[in-house]
Design a protein around this ligand. Structure first.
Ligand code: XMP
Length: 521
Protein backbone atom coordinates (compact mmCIF):
# COMPACT_ATOMS: atom_id res chain seq x y z
CA UNK A 1 0.00 0.00 0.00
CA UNK A 2 2.71 2.37 1.04
CA UNK A 3 3.98 2.67 -2.52
CA UNK A 4 0.61 3.05 -4.22
CA UNK A 5 -0.61 5.88 -2.03
CA UNK A 6 1.86 8.74 -2.31
CA UNK A 7 0.27 10.98 0.32
CA UNK A 8 0.69 9.27 3.66
CA UNK A 9 0.76 10.20 7.30
CA UNK A 10 2.82 8.45 9.90
CA UNK A 11 1.55 7.91 13.43
CA UNK A 12 4.35 7.49 15.94
CA UNK A 13 3.05 5.35 18.77
CA UNK A 14 3.90 6.08 22.39
CA UNK A 15 1.55 3.37 23.62
CA UNK A 16 -1.79 5.18 23.92
CA UNK A 17 -4.99 3.17 23.87
CA UNK A 18 -6.13 5.61 21.17
CA UNK A 19 -3.24 5.21 18.72
CA UNK A 20 -5.13 2.93 16.35
CA UNK A 21 -8.05 5.32 16.52
CA UNK A 22 -5.83 8.16 15.27
CA UNK A 23 -4.76 6.04 12.29
CA UNK A 24 -8.36 5.06 11.56
CA UNK A 25 -9.58 8.66 11.71
CA UNK A 26 -6.88 9.80 9.29
CA UNK A 27 -7.87 7.03 6.91
CA UNK A 28 -11.56 7.92 7.28
CA UNK A 29 -10.56 11.41 6.15
CA UNK A 30 -9.13 9.72 3.06
CA UNK A 31 -5.40 9.52 3.70
CA UNK A 32 -3.35 6.38 4.19
CA UNK A 33 -1.62 6.18 7.57
CA UNK A 34 0.59 3.67 9.31
CA UNK A 35 1.70 3.26 12.90
CA UNK A 36 5.37 2.89 13.84
CA UNK A 37 6.62 2.45 17.40
CA UNK A 38 8.35 5.53 18.85
CA UNK A 39 11.67 3.69 19.10
CA UNK A 40 11.77 2.46 15.52
CA UNK A 41 14.88 3.12 13.52
CA UNK A 42 14.82 6.56 11.86
CA UNK A 43 15.55 5.07 8.46
CA UNK A 44 12.08 3.43 8.41
CA UNK A 45 10.52 6.85 8.91
CA UNK A 46 12.38 8.39 5.97
CA UNK A 47 11.74 5.34 3.79
CA UNK A 48 8.03 5.68 4.46
CA UNK A 49 8.14 9.28 3.14
CA UNK A 50 5.29 10.68 5.23
CA UNK A 51 3.75 14.03 4.35
CA UNK A 52 3.21 14.64 8.04
CA UNK A 53 3.66 12.97 11.43
CA UNK A 54 1.32 12.59 14.38
CA UNK A 55 2.86 11.79 17.76
CA UNK A 56 0.36 9.76 19.79
CA UNK A 57 -0.47 9.89 23.46
CA UNK A 58 1.07 7.41 25.84
CA UNK A 59 1.33 6.26 29.45
CA UNK A 60 4.85 7.54 30.19
CA UNK A 61 5.61 10.49 32.47
CA UNK A 62 7.46 12.99 30.35
CA UNK A 63 9.26 14.33 33.44
CA UNK A 64 11.08 11.06 34.01
CA UNK A 65 14.56 10.74 32.56
CA UNK A 66 14.05 7.54 30.65
CA UNK A 67 10.56 8.32 29.34
CA UNK A 68 9.83 7.72 25.67
CA UNK A 69 11.19 10.17 23.07
CA UNK A 70 10.84 10.37 19.34
CA UNK A 71 14.05 10.57 17.31
CA UNK A 72 14.82 14.31 17.18
CA UNK A 73 15.64 14.10 13.51
CA UNK A 74 11.89 14.06 12.80
CA UNK A 75 11.79 17.75 13.69
CA UNK A 76 14.24 18.43 10.86
CA UNK A 77 12.26 16.63 8.17
CA UNK A 78 10.51 19.84 7.22
CA UNK A 79 7.04 18.29 7.38
CA UNK A 80 4.08 19.15 9.64
CA UNK A 81 4.01 17.45 13.05
CA UNK A 82 1.06 17.16 15.40
CA UNK A 83 1.64 16.01 18.99
CA UNK A 84 -1.39 14.70 20.86
CA UNK A 85 -1.37 14.53 24.68
CA UNK A 86 1.93 12.79 25.55
CA UNK A 87 2.99 13.53 21.98
CA UNK A 88 2.56 17.27 22.62
CA UNK A 89 4.43 17.01 25.92
CA UNK A 90 7.45 15.19 24.52
CA UNK A 91 7.55 17.46 21.46
CA UNK A 92 7.57 20.50 23.75
CA UNK A 93 10.29 19.10 26.00
CA UNK A 94 12.38 17.91 23.08
CA UNK A 95 12.21 21.35 21.45
CA UNK A 96 13.29 23.20 24.60
CA UNK A 97 10.02 23.70 26.51
CA UNK A 98 9.08 22.34 29.94
CA UNK A 99 6.33 20.27 31.52
CA UNK A 100 5.02 19.91 35.06
CA UNK A 101 2.56 17.85 37.08
CA UNK A 102 -0.90 19.38 36.66
CA UNK A 103 -2.46 20.87 39.78
CA UNK A 104 -5.63 19.11 38.83
CA UNK A 105 -5.76 15.94 36.77
CA UNK A 106 -8.13 16.12 33.86
CA UNK A 107 -9.87 12.91 32.87
CA UNK A 108 -12.97 13.15 30.74
CA UNK A 109 -14.71 16.19 29.33
CA UNK A 110 -13.18 19.65 29.53
CA UNK A 111 -14.11 22.94 27.93
CA UNK A 112 -11.49 24.17 25.51
CA UNK A 113 -11.25 27.91 24.90
CA UNK A 114 -9.75 28.78 21.55
CA UNK A 115 -7.70 31.84 22.53
CA UNK A 116 -6.11 32.56 19.19
CA UNK A 117 -8.77 32.75 16.54
CA UNK A 118 -6.07 33.22 13.89
CA UNK A 119 -4.53 29.85 14.69
CA UNK A 120 -3.56 27.86 11.61
CA UNK A 121 -4.91 24.64 13.13
CA UNK A 122 -7.97 25.79 15.07
CA UNK A 123 -8.75 29.16 13.49
CA UNK A 124 -10.96 27.74 10.77
CA UNK A 125 -13.26 26.27 13.38
CA UNK A 126 -13.88 29.62 14.97
CA UNK A 127 -14.15 31.46 11.66
CA UNK A 128 -16.57 28.89 10.17
CA UNK A 129 -19.03 28.96 13.01
CA UNK A 130 -17.75 31.54 15.43
CA UNK A 131 -17.41 28.72 17.94
CA UNK A 132 -14.71 29.57 20.46
CA UNK A 133 -15.44 26.87 22.99
CA UNK A 134 -15.29 23.15 22.35
CA UNK A 135 -16.14 20.19 24.52
CA UNK A 136 -13.02 18.06 24.36
CA UNK A 137 -11.79 14.76 25.79
CA UNK A 138 -8.80 15.07 28.12
CA UNK A 139 -6.81 12.42 29.90
CA UNK A 140 -3.66 13.68 31.57
CA UNK A 141 -1.91 14.44 34.84
CA UNK A 142 0.96 16.38 33.31
CA UNK A 143 0.91 19.53 31.21
CA UNK A 144 3.25 21.75 29.27
CA UNK A 145 4.34 24.66 31.50
CA UNK A 146 6.79 26.48 29.23
CA UNK A 147 6.35 26.37 25.46
CA UNK A 148 9.36 26.07 23.19
CA UNK A 149 10.75 29.16 21.39
CA UNK A 150 8.72 30.44 18.46
CA UNK A 151 5.59 28.54 19.61
CA UNK A 152 2.43 30.24 20.75
CA UNK A 153 -0.48 29.15 22.91
CA UNK A 154 -3.66 28.79 20.88
CA UNK A 155 -6.08 27.28 23.40
CA UNK A 156 -6.55 26.68 27.10
CA UNK A 157 -8.99 24.92 29.37
CA UNK A 158 -10.13 25.72 32.91
CA UNK A 159 -7.50 23.48 34.46
CA UNK A 160 -4.84 23.65 31.79
CA UNK A 161 -3.41 27.01 30.70
CA UNK A 162 -1.59 25.47 27.74
CA UNK A 163 -4.03 23.10 26.07
CA UNK A 164 -2.99 23.69 22.45
CA UNK A 165 0.11 25.20 20.87
CA UNK A 166 1.50 25.86 17.43
CA UNK A 167 4.51 27.07 15.55
CA UNK A 168 2.94 28.08 12.29
CA UNK A 169 6.09 28.68 10.20
CA UNK A 170 7.17 25.05 10.79
CA UNK A 171 3.66 23.58 10.99
CA UNK A 172 4.30 22.08 14.42
CA UNK A 173 1.18 21.67 16.54
CA UNK A 174 0.38 20.27 19.98
CA UNK A 175 -2.99 19.33 21.47
CA UNK A 176 -3.35 18.29 25.09
CA UNK A 177 -6.80 16.83 24.30
CA UNK A 178 -7.71 13.92 22.04
CA UNK A 179 -9.24 14.99 18.69
CA UNK A 180 -9.42 11.32 17.61
CA UNK A 181 -12.12 10.29 20.10
CA UNK A 182 -15.72 10.89 19.12
CA UNK A 183 -16.43 12.68 22.42
CA UNK A 184 -14.34 15.63 21.26
CA UNK A 185 -16.45 18.24 19.46
CA UNK A 186 -15.27 18.70 15.89
CA UNK A 187 -12.26 16.46 16.55
CA UNK A 188 -12.36 15.01 13.07
CA UNK A 189 -12.36 18.48 11.54
CA UNK A 190 -9.26 19.35 13.53
CA UNK A 191 -7.51 16.25 12.23
CA UNK A 192 -8.72 17.01 8.73
CA UNK A 193 -7.30 20.52 9.01
CA UNK A 194 -3.93 18.96 9.92
CA UNK A 195 -4.20 16.58 6.96
CA UNK A 196 -4.85 19.59 4.70
CA UNK A 197 -1.90 21.48 6.16
CA UNK A 198 0.20 18.43 5.24
CA UNK A 199 -1.01 18.88 1.67
CA UNK A 200 -2.38 15.36 1.35
CA UNK A 201 -4.72 14.36 -1.44
CA UNK A 202 -7.58 12.20 -0.24
CA UNK A 203 -6.97 9.07 -2.27
CA UNK A 204 -7.66 6.42 0.34
CA UNK A 205 -11.04 5.25 -0.94
CA UNK A 206 -12.60 1.80 -1.16
CA UNK A 207 -12.30 1.79 -4.95
CA UNK A 208 -8.61 2.71 -4.85
CA UNK A 209 -7.87 0.20 -2.10
CA UNK A 210 -9.53 -2.62 -4.04
CA UNK A 211 -7.71 -1.56 -7.22
CA UNK A 212 -4.37 -1.50 -5.44
CA UNK A 213 -4.83 -4.85 -3.68
CA UNK A 214 -6.06 -6.68 -6.76
CA UNK A 215 -3.22 -5.23 -8.88
CA UNK A 216 -0.68 -6.38 -6.30
CA UNK A 217 -2.24 -9.83 -6.13
CA UNK A 218 -2.13 -10.15 -9.91
CA UNK A 219 1.53 -9.17 -10.01
CA UNK A 220 2.58 -11.35 -7.06
CA UNK A 221 0.62 -14.46 -7.96
CA UNK A 222 1.03 -14.29 -11.74
CA UNK A 223 -0.33 -17.48 -13.23
CA UNK A 224 0.30 -19.58 -10.11
CA UNK A 225 -2.33 -21.20 -7.90
CA UNK A 226 -3.38 -20.00 -4.49
CA UNK A 227 -5.09 -21.72 -1.59
CA UNK A 228 -7.27 -20.19 1.13
CA UNK A 229 -8.83 -21.59 4.28
CA UNK A 230 -12.34 -20.10 4.12
CA UNK A 231 -14.13 -19.99 7.45
CA UNK A 232 -17.09 -17.82 6.55
CA UNK A 233 -15.80 -15.12 8.91
CA UNK A 234 -15.34 -11.53 7.71
CA UNK A 235 -11.61 -11.63 7.00
CA UNK A 236 -11.32 -14.88 5.09
CA UNK A 237 -14.51 -14.05 3.15
CA UNK A 238 -13.10 -10.73 1.99
CA UNK A 239 -9.77 -12.36 1.09
CA UNK A 240 -11.68 -14.93 -1.00
CA UNK A 241 -13.59 -12.21 -2.85
CA UNK A 242 -10.42 -10.17 -3.50
CA UNK A 243 -8.48 -13.17 -4.75
CA UNK A 244 -11.36 -14.27 -6.92
CA UNK A 245 -11.50 -10.81 -8.48
CA UNK A 246 -7.73 -10.77 -8.99
CA UNK A 247 -6.91 -14.30 -10.14
CA UNK A 248 -10.28 -16.01 -10.66
CA UNK A 249 -9.97 -19.75 -11.06
CA UNK A 250 -6.41 -19.88 -9.80
CA UNK A 251 -7.95 -19.66 -6.31
CA UNK A 252 -9.14 -22.74 -4.45
CA UNK A 253 -10.75 -22.40 -1.02
CA UNK A 254 -11.04 -25.12 1.58
CA UNK A 255 -13.98 -24.82 3.92
CA UNK A 256 -13.76 -27.21 6.87
CA UNK A 257 -17.11 -28.17 8.36
CA UNK A 258 -16.18 -29.30 11.86
CA UNK A 259 -19.75 -29.94 13.04
CA UNK A 260 -19.42 -27.07 15.50
CA UNK A 261 -20.79 -24.33 13.28
CA UNK A 262 -24.05 -22.43 13.60
CA UNK A 263 -27.29 -23.64 12.00
CA UNK A 264 -26.99 -23.97 8.19
CA UNK A 265 -23.70 -22.10 8.25
CA UNK A 266 -21.90 -24.53 5.96
CA UNK A 267 -24.64 -24.30 3.34
CA UNK A 268 -24.67 -20.53 3.56
CA UNK A 269 -20.94 -20.28 2.97
CA UNK A 270 -21.16 -22.65 -0.01
CA UNK A 271 -24.13 -20.73 -1.39
CA UNK A 272 -22.52 -17.33 -1.14
CA UNK A 273 -19.12 -18.22 -2.48
CA UNK A 274 -19.54 -21.25 -4.67
CA UNK A 275 -22.99 -20.77 -6.11
CA UNK A 276 -23.33 -16.97 -6.30
CA UNK A 277 -19.77 -15.77 -6.72
CA UNK A 278 -18.39 -18.73 -8.64
CA UNK A 279 -15.44 -19.24 -6.28
CA UNK A 280 -13.93 -22.73 -6.25
CA UNK A 281 -14.65 -24.03 -2.74
CA UNK A 282 -13.96 -27.53 -1.45
CA UNK A 283 -16.19 -28.39 1.46
CA UNK A 284 -14.49 -30.85 3.78
CA UNK A 285 -17.21 -32.57 5.77
CA UNK A 286 -15.11 -33.53 8.75
CA UNK A 287 -17.80 -33.53 11.45
CA UNK A 288 -17.20 -37.19 12.40
CA UNK A 289 -13.47 -36.70 12.78
CA UNK A 290 -13.93 -33.75 15.15
CA UNK A 291 -16.59 -35.42 17.29
CA UNK A 292 -14.62 -38.61 17.62
CA UNK A 293 -11.42 -36.71 18.54
CA UNK A 294 -13.41 -34.79 21.16
CA UNK A 295 -15.11 -37.78 22.73
CA UNK A 296 -14.29 -38.17 26.41
CA UNK A 297 -12.62 -34.75 26.57
CA UNK A 298 -14.08 -32.10 28.85
CA UNK A 299 -11.19 -29.74 29.55
CA UNK A 300 -11.74 -26.50 27.56
CA UNK A 301 -8.11 -25.90 26.66
CA UNK A 302 -7.71 -29.53 25.64
CA UNK A 303 -10.83 -29.18 23.46
CA UNK A 304 -9.37 -26.08 21.81
CA UNK A 305 -6.12 -27.91 21.05
CA UNK A 306 -7.92 -30.91 19.59
CA UNK A 307 -10.15 -28.73 17.40
CA UNK A 308 -7.09 -26.79 16.20
CA UNK A 309 -5.15 -29.97 15.48
CA UNK A 310 -8.02 -31.62 13.60
CA UNK A 311 -8.46 -28.47 11.53
CA UNK A 312 -4.82 -28.58 10.45
CA UNK A 313 -5.04 -32.29 9.60
CA UNK A 314 -8.17 -31.87 7.50
CA UNK A 315 -6.77 -28.79 5.78
CA UNK A 316 -3.49 -30.53 4.99
CA UNK A 317 -5.28 -33.63 3.73
CA UNK A 318 -7.31 -31.56 1.31
CA UNK A 319 -4.36 -29.37 0.33
CA UNK A 320 -2.16 -32.34 -0.59
CA UNK A 321 -4.86 -33.58 -2.94
CA UNK A 322 -4.46 -30.36 -4.92
CA UNK A 323 -1.59 -30.02 -7.36
CA UNK A 324 0.86 -27.17 -7.98
CA UNK A 325 -0.33 -24.80 -5.30
CA UNK A 326 2.30 -22.15 -4.73
CA UNK A 327 0.61 -19.60 -2.47
CA UNK A 328 -1.36 -19.72 0.75
CA UNK A 329 -3.58 -16.72 1.48
CA UNK A 330 -4.40 -15.56 4.99
CA UNK A 331 -6.73 -12.97 6.46
CA UNK A 332 -4.21 -11.20 8.70
CA UNK A 333 -5.40 -7.63 9.32
CA UNK A 334 -3.47 -4.52 10.44
CA UNK A 335 -4.29 -4.67 14.17
CA UNK A 336 -2.88 -8.25 14.21
CA UNK A 337 0.32 -6.95 12.63
CA UNK A 338 0.69 -4.07 15.08
CA UNK A 339 -0.19 -6.15 18.10
CA UNK A 340 2.04 -9.05 17.21
CA UNK A 341 4.98 -6.69 17.12
CA UNK A 342 3.98 -5.01 20.41
CA UNK A 343 2.89 -1.41 20.07
CA UNK A 344 5.11 0.01 22.78
CA UNK A 345 8.59 -1.36 22.35
CA UNK A 346 8.31 -3.74 19.45
CA UNK A 347 9.69 -2.76 16.10
CA UNK A 348 6.64 -3.19 13.95
CA UNK A 349 8.60 -2.33 10.84
CA UNK A 350 11.37 -4.76 11.56
CA UNK A 351 9.35 -7.79 12.49
CA UNK A 352 7.62 -8.29 9.20
CA UNK A 353 6.43 -11.86 9.36
CA UNK A 354 3.32 -12.37 11.36
CA UNK A 355 1.88 -15.58 12.63
CA UNK A 356 -1.79 -15.01 12.59
CA UNK A 357 -4.25 -17.44 11.54
CA UNK A 358 -6.92 -19.93 11.57
CA UNK A 359 -4.26 -22.00 13.24
CA UNK A 360 -2.18 -23.18 10.29
CA UNK A 361 1.41 -24.21 11.00
CA UNK A 362 4.26 -22.35 9.37
CA UNK A 363 5.92 -25.29 7.72
CA UNK A 364 3.27 -25.72 5.05
CA UNK A 365 5.39 -25.29 1.98
CA UNK A 366 3.63 -22.27 0.56
CA UNK A 367 4.46 -18.65 -0.04
CA UNK A 368 2.21 -16.43 2.04
CA UNK A 369 -0.14 -13.76 0.67
CA UNK A 370 -1.87 -11.47 3.14
CA UNK A 371 -3.92 -8.94 1.17
CA UNK A 372 -5.55 -7.37 4.24
CA UNK A 373 -2.45 -6.83 6.33
CA UNK A 374 -2.62 -3.02 5.94
CA UNK A 375 -6.33 -2.75 6.73
CA UNK A 376 -8.44 -2.11 9.81
CA UNK A 377 -11.56 -4.20 10.35
CA UNK A 378 -13.98 -1.45 9.29
CA UNK A 379 -12.03 -1.05 6.05
CA UNK A 380 -12.18 -4.81 5.46
CA UNK A 381 -15.96 -4.65 5.87
CA UNK A 382 -16.28 -1.72 3.45
CA UNK A 383 -14.27 -3.60 0.86
CA UNK A 384 -16.45 -6.65 1.44
CA UNK A 385 -19.55 -4.57 0.75
CA UNK A 386 -18.00 -3.23 -2.43
CA UNK A 387 -17.21 -6.77 -3.57
CA UNK A 388 -20.78 -7.91 -3.02
CA UNK A 389 -20.45 -10.00 0.14
CA UNK A 390 -23.83 -10.00 1.96
CA UNK A 391 -24.22 -7.43 4.67
CA UNK A 392 -25.32 -10.03 7.17
CA UNK A 393 -22.07 -11.92 6.74
CA UNK A 394 -19.88 -8.84 7.09
CA UNK A 395 -21.54 -7.49 10.19
CA UNK A 396 -21.89 -10.73 12.10
CA UNK A 397 -20.74 -10.94 15.69
CA UNK A 398 -17.37 -12.60 16.20
CA UNK A 399 -17.49 -16.37 16.38
CA UNK A 400 -14.63 -18.25 18.07
CA UNK A 401 -12.46 -20.62 16.04
CA UNK A 402 -13.44 -23.64 18.18
CA UNK A 403 -17.07 -22.68 17.55
CA UNK A 404 -19.76 -24.44 19.55
CA UNK A 405 -17.00 -26.64 20.99
CA UNK A 406 -16.47 -24.05 23.73
CA UNK A 407 -20.17 -23.27 24.08
CA UNK A 408 -21.09 -26.84 24.97
CA UNK A 409 -19.76 -27.06 28.48
CA UNK A 410 -17.68 -30.14 29.21
CA UNK A 411 -18.10 -33.16 26.95
CA UNK A 412 -19.05 -32.37 23.37
CA UNK A 413 -21.77 -34.62 21.91
CA UNK A 414 -23.36 -34.36 18.48
CA UNK A 415 -26.80 -34.26 20.06
CA UNK A 416 -25.77 -31.34 22.29
CA UNK A 417 -24.45 -29.47 19.24
CA UNK A 418 -27.78 -29.94 17.47
CA UNK A 419 -29.76 -28.63 20.43
CA UNK A 420 -27.44 -25.67 20.83
CA UNK A 421 -27.59 -24.81 17.13
CA UNK A 422 -31.39 -24.62 17.30
CA UNK A 423 -31.39 -22.52 20.46
CA UNK A 424 -28.73 -20.18 19.12
CA UNK A 425 -30.64 -19.78 15.89
CA UNK A 426 -33.85 -18.82 17.70
CA UNK A 427 -31.92 -16.24 19.73
CA UNK A 428 -30.36 -14.78 16.55
CA UNK A 429 -33.67 -14.72 14.64
CA UNK A 430 -35.33 -12.82 17.45
CA UNK A 431 -32.42 -10.41 17.84
CA UNK A 432 -32.68 -9.51 14.15
CA UNK A 433 -36.45 -9.30 14.29
CA UNK A 434 -36.37 -6.93 17.27
CA UNK A 435 -33.61 -4.86 15.66
CA UNK A 436 -31.34 -5.65 18.58
CA UNK A 437 -28.64 -7.68 16.80
CA UNK A 438 -26.51 -4.65 15.96
CA UNK A 439 -27.11 -3.03 19.34
CA UNK A 440 -25.08 -5.75 21.09
CA UNK A 441 -21.54 -6.69 20.14
CA UNK A 442 -21.72 -10.42 20.71
CA UNK A 443 -24.64 -12.69 21.50
CA UNK A 444 -24.95 -16.45 21.61
CA UNK A 445 -26.46 -19.40 23.42
CA UNK A 446 -24.56 -21.81 25.67
CA UNK A 447 -25.43 -25.44 26.30
CA UNK A 448 -25.36 -26.52 29.96
CA UNK A 449 -25.24 -30.29 30.29
CA UNK A 450 -27.26 -30.35 33.50
CA UNK A 451 -30.77 -31.73 33.82
CA UNK A 452 -33.31 -29.43 35.33
CA UNK A 453 -36.91 -30.21 36.11
CA UNK A 454 -39.81 -28.92 34.02
CA UNK A 455 -43.49 -29.76 33.70
CA UNK A 456 -45.28 -30.49 30.46
CA UNK A 457 -48.95 -31.13 31.04
CA UNK A 458 -48.97 -33.21 34.22
CA UNK A 459 -45.63 -34.75 33.57
CA UNK A 460 -42.33 -33.80 35.17
CA UNK A 461 -39.43 -33.92 32.76
CA UNK A 462 -35.73 -33.49 33.34
CA UNK A 463 -34.00 -31.72 30.48
CA UNK A 464 -31.06 -29.54 29.61
CA UNK A 465 -30.50 -25.85 30.31
CA UNK A 466 -29.65 -23.14 27.77
CA UNK A 467 -27.99 -19.94 28.85
CA UNK A 468 -28.26 -16.81 26.71
CA UNK A 469 -25.35 -14.41 26.67
CA UNK A 470 -25.26 -10.93 25.12
CA UNK A 471 -22.61 -8.31 25.75
CA UNK A 472 -21.76 -4.74 24.90
CA UNK A 473 -18.09 -4.13 24.40
CA UNK A 474 -15.67 -2.08 22.33
CA UNK A 475 -12.54 -4.18 22.47
CA UNK A 476 -13.76 -7.52 23.88
CA UNK A 477 -11.23 -7.08 26.70
CA UNK A 478 -13.93 -5.77 29.01
CA UNK A 479 -17.65 -6.18 28.51
CA UNK A 480 -20.97 -5.25 30.06
CA UNK A 481 -23.88 -7.68 29.92
CA UNK A 482 -26.49 -6.30 27.59
CA UNK A 483 -29.67 -5.01 29.21
CA UNK A 484 -31.97 -6.77 26.73
CA UNK A 485 -35.65 -6.01 27.37
CA UNK A 486 -37.45 -8.56 29.59
CA UNK A 487 -40.25 -8.88 27.02
CA UNK A 488 -37.70 -9.79 24.39
CA UNK A 489 -36.01 -12.39 26.64
CA UNK A 490 -39.44 -13.78 27.38
CA UNK A 491 -40.13 -14.36 23.67
CA UNK A 492 -36.77 -16.07 23.16
CA UNK A 493 -37.12 -18.24 26.24
CA UNK A 494 -40.64 -19.37 25.30
CA UNK A 495 -39.62 -20.23 21.78
CA UNK A 496 -36.58 -22.23 22.89
CA UNK A 497 -38.50 -24.24 25.49
CA UNK A 498 -41.48 -24.84 23.23
CA UNK A 499 -39.62 -25.57 20.03
CA UNK A 500 -36.71 -27.65 21.32
CA UNK A 501 -37.64 -30.90 22.95
CA UNK A 502 -34.68 -31.49 25.17
CA UNK A 503 -34.56 -28.06 26.82
CA UNK A 504 -36.49 -27.40 30.03
CA UNK A 505 -35.04 -24.10 31.18
CA UNK A 506 -33.47 -20.92 29.79
CA UNK A 507 -31.34 -18.54 31.86
CA UNK A 508 -29.75 -15.18 31.04
CA UNK A 509 -26.14 -14.53 31.92
CA UNK A 510 -25.71 -11.27 33.86
CA UNK A 511 -21.95 -11.43 34.41
CA UNK A 512 -19.63 -8.65 33.34
CA UNK A 513 -16.09 -9.10 32.07
CA UNK A 514 -14.11 -8.98 34.25
CA UNK A 515 -14.49 -11.07 36.30
CA UNK A 516 -16.36 -13.41 33.94
CA UNK A 517 -15.14 -13.92 30.39
CA UNK A 518 -17.45 -13.53 27.40
CA UNK A 519 -17.38 -17.23 26.49
CA UNK A 520 -18.28 -19.75 29.17
CA UNK A 521 -15.19 -21.87 28.60
P1 XMP B 1 -13.39 -14.22 26.27
O1 XMP B 1 -14.24 -15.41 26.44
O2 XMP B 1 -11.93 -14.51 26.52
O3 XMP B 1 -13.51 -13.82 24.75
O4 XMP B 1 -13.87 -13.04 27.07
C1 XMP B 1 -13.08 -12.64 24.13
C2 XMP B 1 -13.37 -12.77 22.65
O5 XMP B 1 -12.57 -13.83 22.10
C3 XMP B 1 -13.37 -14.84 21.54
N1 XMP B 1 -12.77 -16.14 21.86
C4 XMP B 1 -12.12 -16.90 20.96
N2 XMP B 1 -11.89 -16.72 19.65
N3 XMP B 1 -10.74 -18.79 19.59
C5 XMP B 1 -11.20 -17.68 18.97
O6 XMP B 1 -11.00 -17.56 17.76
C6 XMP B 1 -10.93 -19.04 20.91
O7 XMP B 1 -10.51 -20.06 21.43
C7 XMP B 1 -11.66 -18.04 21.62
N4 XMP B 1 -12.04 -17.94 22.92
C8 XMP B 1 -12.72 -16.77 23.03
C9 XMP B 1 -14.74 -14.67 22.17
O8 XMP B 1 -15.78 -15.19 21.35
C10 XMP B 1 -14.80 -13.17 22.34
O9 XMP B 1 -15.20 -12.53 21.14
Amino acid sequence: MANFFRDKLLIIDFGSQYTQLIARRVREIGVYSEIFPYDCDFKYITEFEPKGIILSGGPDTVLENNSARVDEKVFELDIPILGICYGMQTMSVQLGGQAQFSKKHEYGFATLNIDNTKSKLLGQITSDSNQKKLNVWMSHGIEVSVIPNEFEIIASSNNCAIAAIERSDKNFFGLQFHPEVTHTDRGKEILERFVDICGCNKEWTVKNIVKNITNNLKVNIGDKKVLLGLSGGVDSSVVAALLHKAVGDQLTCIFVDNGLLRLNEGDQVMNTFSKHMGVKVIRANAQKKFFSALSNVSDPEEKRKIIGRCFIEVFEDEATKLKDIEFLAQGTIYPDVIESAGSKTGKAKVIKSHHNVGGLPEDLNFKLVEPLRDLFKDEVRNIGLDLGIPNKMLFRHPFPGPGLGVRILGFVEEEYAEILRLADNIFMEELYKADLYNKVNQAFAVFLPVKSVGVTGDERRYDFVISLRAVETIDFMTARWARLPFEFLDVVSNRIINEINRVSRVVYDISGKPPATIEWE
